[in-house]
Design a protein around this ligand. Structure first.
Ligand SMILES: NC(=O)C1=CN([C@@H]2O[C@H](COP(=O)(O)OP(=O)(O)OC[C@H]3O[C@@H](n4cnc5c(N)ncnc54)[C@H](O)[C@@H]3O)[C@@H](O)[C@H]2O)C=CC1
Ligand SMILES: O=C(CO)COP(=O)(O)O
Length: 335
């Protein structure tokens, strides 16, 4: 079935997915926040700000007008940074057709409310529209997908019918989509891995090696799973693409913005200085604060998240944080 898709957010991931959908023959309109980017993309078929060097499909339409983006669409894909989802979806609500499938590909937890991305949608959309919600997540650097490198992701929805519709719309011979029914687990995996990726980058920046990174990935997975269980997620989700898969990718891949922020912190630069030079989003910075507060609220033990919060928000030196993690009370591994 061919869809008419409104893709909201022309960052690197929104642009890549819009291009992928257009390659499949769907009718796609990509909404960009920056008016000048719309002009450039129309003229050059390139997103010079967020995805330079990739030529976009001729059939892809671009707009800066939300009403125009949503007109007649059967599917919505929203890919704005998670702290902007509430504003963008609230502004969008009058224009989204009631029957449309609504997919989120944002990875994060809202700082002010501690809401997951699906909870934000649930709070804004009427129940009959939220019934058509799905979350798309998993190990997928935009540039590699844009270059058609084999990639596998998860699409989670409350009903199998919606998950199948998303799977069918996005799946290609280089982008394999697995169905999942655990929306909370899939989105928590995508949110928490960004914080652990900053930690892994800090470890690299401090000059530590593979042992330290493997420890962070594995114990980060344990923390993510504990939080997930407290929020009703399925444990198996964290062993899958949106959990371990994305954690491994982001903690090891050179394309990760979160890991790159961590490397620079480990090398001694200040967070303000690093973020001041970035136009792209490193979701893990804000998610560190939300995850820290969410863990406290739910009484979940997340020692790496604790130390990350103290490093990023309370100026704790990285080596001190590492020492504190290494000298905690001795535990049994499964505890
Ligand atoms: N880039 C990637 O490889 C992947 C990104 N994601 C997730 O996708 C989401 C979007 O990230 P990217 O596409 O990477 O973005 P990006 O970092 O490439 O670009 C930033 C985006 O924020 C938008 N923006 C800035 N201010 C805005 C405002 N006031 N209102 C609306 N939009 C505004 C920009 O227009 C642009 O679309 C994030 O949650 C990210 O974690 C998920 C998977 C892969
Ligand atoms: O989510 C991603 C890959 O799955 C992108 O990671 P970064 O945001 O760290 O670049």
């Amino acid at each position: 079935m061919l869809e008419k898709v409104a893709v909201i957010g022309a960052g690197s991931w929104g642009t890549t997915l819009a291009d992928l959908l257009a390659k499949k023959g769907h009718q796609v309109t990509l909404w960009a926040y920056e008016p000048e980017l719309v002009v450039t993309m129309r003229e050059t078929r390139e997103n010079n700000l967020f995805l330079p060097g990739i030529t976009l499909q001729e059939s892809l339409a671009f707009t800066n007008d939300l009403e125009e983006a949503y007109r007649g669409c059967t599917m919505v894909l929203c890919v704005v940074p998670s702290q902007l989802v509430r504003r963008v979806i609230t502004n969008s609500l009058p224009f989204i057709p009631k029957e449309a499938v609504i997919i989120s590909a944002s990875k994060g937890i809202e700082v002010d409310t501690l809401a997951t991305v699906s909870e934000i949608y649930q709070q804004i959309l009427p129940p009959e529209m939220y019934a058509n919600f799905a979350a798309l997540s998993g190990p997928s650097f935009a540039r590699e997908v844009a270059q058609e490198m084999p990639t596998a992701v998860a699409a989670a929805a409350a009903t199998e019918a919606i998950a199948r519709r998303v799977q069918e719309a996005f799946n290609t011979n280089f982008f394999r989509v697995y169905r999942n029914s655990d929306v909370v687990g899939v989105e928590l995996g995508g949110a928490i891995k960004n914080v652990i990726a900053i930690a892994a980058g800090i470890s690299d920046g401090l000059g530590f090696g593979s042992n330290t990174r493997a420890a962070l990935i594995t114990r980060g997975l344990a923390e993510m799973t504990r939080l997930g269980l407290a929020m009703g997620a399925q444990p198996a989700t964290f062993a899958g693409l949106a959990g371990m898969g994305d954690l491994v990718l982001t903690c090891t891949g050179d394309l990760s913005r979160n890991r790159s922020v961590g490397i620079q912190i480990g090398q001694g630069r200040s967070l303000d200085e690093i973020l001041g030079e970035m136009r792209m989003v490193a979701e893990g910075v804000k998610t560190t604060e939300s995850a820290y507060n969410l863990a406290k609220k739910l009484g979940v033990e997340m020692p790496i998240i604790d130390q990350m919060y103290q490093m990023l928000y309370q100026n704790k030196p990285a080596r001190e944080a590492v020492l504190e993690l290494m000298t905690r009370n001795l535990k049994a591994e499964g505890a």
